[in-house]
Design a protein. Sequence first.
Length: 59
Amino acid sequence: SGYVFQVQLLYLLSRADCKIVEYPLKFMPRRSGESKLAKKEIISYAEWCMKTLFRRLTS
């Protein structure tokens, strides 16, 4: 869910030897406020990274 699916998809595609290309995006600086990325999403991403690393190291 959230942004983690993007990282999961890239990981799975790279493991399947798919060609991955970058398409540059230009973001404008924020005028005010904080990032829209919630702490919950950051924690979810970190958990996924740790689980994936653990699985790779133990298999």
